[in-house]
Design a protein around this ligand. Sequence first.
Ligand code: 6PG
Length: 256
Amino acid sequence: NPPRMVEVFPTQADVMAAAADRFVNAASRAITARGRFAVALSGGSTPEALYRLLAADPHRGRVDWARAQVFWGDERCVPPDDPGSNYRMAREALLDRVPIPTAGIHRIRGEDAPEAAAQAYESILREQLGPRDGPPLPTAGLDLVLLGLGPDGHTASLFPGSESLQERLRWALAVEGPTPPRRRVTLTPPVFQAAGDLLFLVTGSEKNSALRRALHDSTGGLSLPTRVIRLPNTAVHWLADSGAAAGLPVGGAESA
Ligand code: 6PG
């Protein structure tokens, strides 16, 4: 099994610089191997600094954006110009600033009825990545998935203990979270499990206890989204700053 490494950096800026390098490398590896780079972006506030880095030199010129297919791990059910829209944030910080064709941007339609938006998003994913029926295939899946961690332990819009953690067939689901904006659309565990690499970015001391639980709580088991979304052979990398990682055994592998 690939080791699940936790890398700890002094500051949030260091985390973002390391994440930008990983993003660039994942893109070139995927494009060399398959002629395209399929990436799912994360929402919330953490990744904005990463998106701004990727949109600026020197990273901007290091990604062949013409071959990128951009998806989202989750979306809040708000219009695409709403301050809470994950699509809006990624567009303003990154996608408007790099030469990506419109055909490479696959947003979740937060303005539509959640269930319809989830179904439409699943169709797009199946069309772009295949197969049209059945579970996602690791060989055709997302090359890179960016993820965050909520203080309550949620990732994407998979919340601890929620029913969506048991989903095995659907690729996208309409769900409700505990805090506003409550209605969301999220990718499901099988899609994350088939991904080439899950890259978690976790910064700030308010994430400290959630990070400890995600990495080292052997009792949380299948109620923890961060556990459920990977299989033993899924590649997972955690990048954390010193605030989020305070008190963690550093440099080590995540416990099983
Ligand atoms: C979202 C996310 C979510 C996020 C975490 C962390 O849309 O809310 O995709 O999973 O990554 O909630 O959010 P912050 O980065 O804002 O702490």
